[in-house]
Write a protein that binds this ligand. Structure first.
Ligand SMILES: Nc1nc2c(ncn2[C@@H]2O[C@H](COP(=O)(O)OP(=O)(O)OP(=O)(O)O)[C@@H](O)[C@H]2O)c(=O)[nH]1
Ligand SMILES: [Mg+2]
Length: 465
């Protein structure tokens, strides 16, 4: 069960809650949480006139250094008394001027007045320990902060709204019901009506199927969170850098008519139809004695081997050549691959509609002009289709890596439980793996999770969250 270790009484934490970057943002927030939050706020904040220190009211005034009464910043103070706050403790937010210096000075005063600098995710951890959030919601908040695209943010929002908690919590409840039935039979078999084993098995099977679906879908969610790494590879001069520039809508890479222009890997982050991608422009692969080029080519091969998807570019004017085929053979099995015939604009009109000579059949093919942009939408659609973007658009919730492992293990436990059932063993044998599955789902929602695991989860959050 949850090792509920409520924060130490008297322990008040503080941190800068807004993004910290020099010169960025007009407002920065120092957040305090804990029993001393209000007292510290009152020591450091002078609110002129007859402003009341009421909960959920904003006070206007100045942060002052209590040592000499000097004004450090003009600020707003927001007091949220327990339990109506993010952490369910007393929370004070000081909304200061943005930029690094002012807000750091305010934080220093807050620490000098008795608060302790919060660790990463410590506010969220308190919110969890105080029952304000379950673990899936807390993790969804971290995902919201890290979201790189609108779709990723939508998924995170579904998690914050409790979508994942309801799905996983609901499955866990169904398993608990079955466990209760089985356990009652273990203890009071003769006092109860006989149990229909087929119904129990059907229910376990249904939950297992649901978990497997969630595990399968989570791959898409992962891509959405982390972004697909798409490598553009091809022979020199086929237009890889031009394609990178076209898709990222800026002159990111150097383009010349000299084969061997790109020597190093170039990355560009972009969002296509709500799906975040990291596009990699690579050095054209060919035999060469040039040492620098060779090093670049080695990087191209590594990028090719590690990519989530590959765009293999070739020159439509030259057609599909043996060298292109050799490159295609380097693409690892199972990695989505799209052949992209480039320089459509330079193709003589009568050839523009013809199929590419010798292009391998059965491999998806797009034809574009990286120069004019013709065929861009078709290419984007084909690439996203290949990477399962349609499923991504339809996702309602998605497990993160930690949750996926637990869900997959729970599905395996249920499978074992079903095998036990199939052997016709007594009820108490069924319950062993069933309990394992329930514990695994509890570790997702946080109902059954060890302190060490919690520490690990929250330590990945940013400071101030
Ligand atoms: N006509 C035409 N020319 C293109 C097109 N795409 C690229 N080019 C030209 O092809 C040449 C090579 O383009 P790059 O984008 O540098 O090719 P690359 O594949 O990155 O070449 P390396 O970095 O040397 O491997 C340049 O002169 C481009 O202007 C296209 O769609 N049509
Ligand atoms: Mg290039």
């Amino acid at each position: 069960m949850i090792p509920l270790t409520p924060p130490l009484p008297g322990d008040t934490i503080a941190a800068i809650a807004t993004a910290v970057a020099a010169g960025a943002g007009s407002v920065a927030i120092v957040r305090l949480s804990g029993p001393q939050a209000e007292a510290i706020g009152r020591r450091l904040f002078v609110a002129p006139g007859a402003q009341d220190w009421e909960s959920h009211r904003v006070l206007y005034g100045h942060v002052v250094d209590p040592a000499d009464g000097r004004r450090v910043d003009e600020a707003l103070l927001l007091l949220m008394r327990a339990p109506r706050s993010f952490t369910r403790e007393d929370v004070v937010e000081l909304h200061c001027h943005g930029g690094l210096v002012a807000v750091r000075r305010v934080l220093e005063l807050v620490l000098a007045a008795g608060a302790r600098l919060a660790g990463p995710g410590e506010f969220s951890q308190r919110a969890f320990l105080n029952g304000r959030l379950d673990l899936t919601r807390a993790e969804a908040i971290a995902e919201m902060i890290a979201a790189r695209s609108r779709r990723a943010a939508d998924l995170a929002m579904a998690g914050i709204d409790g979508g994942l908690q309801r799905r996983i919590g609901g499955l866990r409840e169904r398993l608990l019901d079955q466990l209760a039935e089985l356990e009652a039979r273990v203890d009071f078999e003769e006092d109860l009506p006989p149990l229909d084993g087929t119904l129990v098995r059907a229910e376990l099977e249904a939950v297992r199927g649901e978990l497997e679906r969630l595990v399968a879908e989570s791959r898409q969610g992962e891509l959405l969170r982390e972004g697909l790494r798409v490598a553009i590879v091809g022979r020199p001069n086929v237009g890889k850098s031009s394609l990178l520039n076209l898709l990222s809508r800026r002159e990111r890479a150097i383009v010349t008519d000299l084969p061997g222009t790109t020597r190093d890997l170039l990355e560009s982050d972009l969002v296509l139809d709500g799906v975040p991608l990291t596009l990699l422009d690579t050095a054209g692969i060919r035999p060469t004695d040039d040492r620098v080029e060779l090093l670049g080519i080695e990087r191209s091969r590594q990028a090719l081997a590690a990519a989530d998807a590959v765009l293999l570019l070739f020159d439509l004017l030259a057609g599909w050549t043996a060298a292109d085929q050799e490159l295609m053979d380097l693409v690892p099995e199972g990695v989505p691959l799209l052949l992209v015939g480039n320089k459509l604009d330079a193709l003589p009109l009568e050839a523009a509609d013809a199929t590419v000579p010798l292009a391998p059949p059965e491999t998806p093919l797009a034809r574009i002009s990286a120069l004019t942009g013709a065929g861009r939408d078709g290419l984007v659609g084909a690439l996203l289709g290949l990477c399962g973007a349609a499923e991504i658009q339809g996702l309602e919730v998605a497990l993160n890596g930690r949750q996926r492992e637990l869900a997959a293990a729970a599905a395996t436990s249920l499978e074992r439980s079903l095998e036990t059932a199939a052997l016709g063993l007594p009820w108490d044998f069924w319950t062993i793996d069933l309990r394992g599955a329930i514990a695994g789902l509890g570790a997702i929602t946080g109902e059954e999770v060890s302190e060490a695991v919690l520490e690990r989860i929250f330590s990945r959050f940013c400071i101030g969250k």
